[in-house]
Ligand binder design. Structure first.
Ligand SMILES: C[S@@+](CC[C@H](N)C(=O)[O-])C[C@H]1O[C@@H](n2cnc3c(N)ncnc32)[C@H](O)[C@@H]1O
Length: 211
């Protein structure tokens, strides 16, 4: 039997299998106890006008997208993991979730799902970019760049070393910048946290726009 070639390659997240279930449980518990899980959303919120169109790619259980919806933005969540998409729909019933992989995420796919094809802000935080399928970083960054409205930006964030899941890749900032630039993006901001600490060795936050 021949292998299907139309499917996206398996992500590091998917390949981790049972090792990835802690994320959904952890945030379910934090949300239930009323903890602050909105840090990424607060930074995203200051990057856009009120009522902006925002796409959260790799939205997981929906915490960032939901926090941005609560701030009055028009947010679409994109999540390929069926269990996380289901958790998102249960926890945040009003948040639209498109079940798709960033590798295959096109304006046409979103339009076919009845969603906008271009966004003021594409959010890709919480280690999504270090959990993609191997060697798909440039393909995914190209996809994200193609979804930006004029003047639109990308907010990305991931652990540079340690701190993230042990199945995440190591993505040095120099390599990330080279990948972003090869995909028609430029770095507008590099910080070390969502509270805009200076860049460091632990975590990297990036604001990117079309070059
Ligand atoms: C640690 S979770 C973070 C989820 C969410 N962004 C958050 O911060 O709560 C990592 C997420 O990356 C997603 N991911 C990994 N590769 C992806 C891809 N190619 N396309 C879309 N999402 C992807 C996983 O499905 C998972 O939801």
């Amino acid at each position: 039997m021949s292998e299907r070639t139309d499917l996206p390659p398996p992500t590091r997240w998917a390949q981790a299998g049972e090792r990835n279930v802690g994320y959904g449980r952890k945030f379910a518990a934090l949300v239930a106890e009323g903890a602050d899980v909105d840090g990424e959303a607060r930074l995203a919120d200051v990057l856009v006008r009120r009522g902006a169109a925002i796409l959260d790619v790799g939205s997981g259980m929906g915490r960032v997208a939901a926090a941005l919806s609560a701030r009055g933005h028009h947010v679409i969540a994109v999540e390929p993991d069926a269990d996380l998409a289901a958790q998102s729909r249960t926890t945040y019933p009003d948040l639209p979730v498109v079940e798709a992989d960033a590798f295959a995420l096109t304006p046409d796919l979103l339009a076919a799902a009845g969603r906008p094809a271009a966004y003021d802000l594409v959010v890709c935080v919480g280690n999504v970019l270090v959990l993609l399928a191997e060697d798909t970083e440039r393909a995914v960054l190209t996809r994200l760049a193609a979804l930006l409205a004029p003047g639109g930006r990308i907010l990305a964030g991931f652990h540079v070393a340690g701190g993230g899941p042990d199945f995440a890749r190591h993505y040095p900032p120099t390599e990330f910048v080279a990948d972003a630039e090869a995909c028609g993006l430029r770095v507008d901001l590099h910080a070390g946290s969502y509270e805009l600490h200076p860049p460091g060795d632990e975590y990297a936050v990036w604001v990117l726009s079309a070059s």
